[in-house]
Design a protein around this ligand. Structure first.
Ligand SMILES: [Zn+2]
Length: 64
């Protein structure tokens, strides 16, 4: 399938939706005419785009 599937145990970061590094245009231009951009790295996944799934807790037995 052409669909990208993360490695087992890894999930696409919900904070950046798999786009960990984003170039933001500030609207200003450098003296040479290029756009000035800021590269922002996702703080949640630290630029990896994926997060390791936390250990799942079973909720079924709580309070019974
Ligand atoms: Zn992220």
């Amino acid at each position: 399938m052409p669909q990208h599937t993360p490695a087992p145990g890894q999930h696409v970061c919900g904070h950046c939706d798999g786009f960990p590094t984003v170039a933001i245009t500030t609207g200003t231009r450098n003296p040479d005419g290029t756009r000035r951009t800021l590269n922002v790295t996702c703080p949640a996944c630290k630029g990896t785009g994926t997060i390791t799934a936390p250990a799942r807790r079973t909720l079924a037995t709580a309070g019974r």
